[in-house]
Write a protein that binds this ligand. Sequence first.
Ligand SMILES: [Zn+2]
Length: 154
Amino acid sequence: MRFSEPKVNNRNWSHEVPDPTAEQQITVPSGDSDVTNTQNDKEVLILREVLRLIKGYMSKNENKGTPTDFTLALSGPAGACDGCKKRIAKLLDLCAGMAEAFFASGVQASLTITYRYANPAAHGANGGMYGWPTDEREGEWYMHTVYREAHGTK
Ligand SMILES: [Zn+2]
């Protein structure tokens, strides 16, 4: 599911700070059935961990002036279900809001999540559509990238 550790500016980062409220928003970003039916998907724990890592990074004042790229690479036989797509979007929203509130004025931060998967997009049992129908196969894999950047306001 995860084919590399989450990175901060291409380096490993391990300091986590819990945020139960935000983590719950990732587990259940909406009341849609594709979300409520898929709360045990493997992505849930990974995305929650990444949120804790980002929060941990943003707990260190010495990082306020450093342009920062957070990256996460996911991999699986199938692409993300519709519920996990909403979780990924929620993590991007939360990260952007945290970055605006943490970084010094104008300092750029971004979060990039890549999803590598083997099977073409298809409807599944619980989570709606697995994968992104617009992705084209690149060699053995389908690749999907989501990206968000924000600028500090402090
Ligand atoms: Zn899912």
